[in-house]
Design a protein around this ligand. Structure first.
Ligand code: ZN
Length: 365
């Protein structure tokens, strides 16, 4: 039994450790978030169907500039806003039948782990201390972006890289520990009061909860660079264990009207709104009925079509038939890069047990 995920064949072991980058809890769950977590849920369910014990860690990034800003604007504390938005997010996930992760760590609870990791990187010569901050030496990590140096620098800066920080030796270096400025949350450390950097938070939560290497690291495609490239480099440099992750699942970006679904573009589609008019299974099917790495455009008409396809699947489950061979073929499709469209074709064509199996694995009943 072999799971293929992208170009990585993953011989199945008894236990699969999956880390997925979760939300920054300052805003309501939108379709882009939902796509990532529904895909990770589908992967988990396929693995569980073949007897693998799955451990998912889905973190909450609750030490974050955007969260601090949003809390300030709303006249509340970042802790209160994070708690309230995490509750709403978990409610959306429950409605979408996304199974609860084994661990849902929040960054604020892993500050000590970050300090240990930063110390390990200092000991290895992969980091340096400057003015109460600790920076990771990026070296030529920007080549992981596939972009020119200039374009990579722009992307890095857009995603919190603070390329103009004069304390850094190189603009691509990343804060493992950031000295706090006035009004920011801060914790004690060997380098003075400060807070963790973004990439090292995930590195600390993943290694503390799942060990020095994991089976699948997942997240939205826009996290591949710089977030995952840095997190991966930090863990490998600190532990000496490579690869940190046996495979990566970068779930395709969701766009609307051709632009990425994002607060900044003002085209957000919220899960809670969609679930007013549509069954959660229809939204799941709509998200999953495509290759997982593909960028796609959200359209209400397409969601209505998914609802019809769901009805057809339900009808197919009530039909007789669905031979053992069809059931096997459907399961093999799901193990082959989670090929949901092929599994659904088999389910609709053969009906019966094949349809019931596919619908059950993907939580579409
Ligand atoms: Zn992360």
């Amino acid at each position: 039994m072999l799971l293929r995920l992208g170009s990585s064949p993953l011989p199945a072991l008894r236990r699969a450790r999956i880390y997925v980058c979760g939300i920054t809890p300052y805003d309501t769950t939108h379709i882009g978030h939902a796509a990532t977590f529904v895909w990770v849920d589908a992967l988990s369910r396929v693995l569980e169907h073949v007897g693998i014990e799955v451990q998912v860690v889905r973190n909450i990034t609750d030490i974050d500039d955007e969260l601090l800003r949003a809390a300030g604007e709303q006249g509340t504390t970042w802790q209160a806003l994070a708690t309230q938005q995490t509750f709403q997010f978990e409610d959306d996930m429950r409605k979408l039948r996304v199974q609860r992760p084994a661990f849902e760590p929040a960054s604020r609870d892993y500050v000590t782990d970050v300090i240990f990791l930063a110390r390990a990187l200092l000991d290895r010569g992969a980091a340096y201390e400057r003015d109460g901050s600790v920076f990771f030496r990026a070296g030529d990590l920007h080549t992981a972006s596939g972009l020119s140096r200039e374009d990579a620098l722009r992307v890095y800066d857009d995603r919190g890289g603070r390329v103009d920080d004069p304390a850094k030796d190189d603009p691509f270096d990343a804060a493992l520990w950031q000295a706090s400025t006035e009004g920011e949350p801060s914790w004690e450390s060997p380098w003075g009061p400060g807070r963790p950097g973004w990439h090292v938070e995930c590195a600390a939560m993943a290694t503390t909860l799942l060990g020095l290497s994991i089976d699948v690291h997942a997240g939205g495609a826009d996290l591949a660079y710089p977030h995952h490239a840095y997190e991966n480099a930090m863990v490998e440099a600190a532990t000496g264990v490579s690869p940190f992750s046996r495979s990566w699942m970068h779930v395709g970006t969701v766009t609307k009207g051709g632009e990425k679904v994002a607060k900044s573009t003002g085209n957000l589609v919220f899960v809670m709104d969609l679930l007013q008019d549509h069954a959660p299974q229809a939204l799941r099917l709509h998200i999953l009925d495509r290759p997982w790495r593909e960028t796609w455009d959200f359209d209400h008409g397409d969601l209505a079509a998914a609802e019809e396809k769901l009805e057809a699947l339900w009808s197919a489950t009530a039909r007789p038939g669905g031979s053992d061979a069809a059931v096997t073929a459907a399961c093999e499709a799901l193990l082959d890069d989670i090929d949901v469209p092929r599994a659904l074709d088999i389910a609709l064509e053969d009906g019966g047990e094949a349809a019931r199996t596919v619908a059950k694995i993907l939580a579409l009943l």
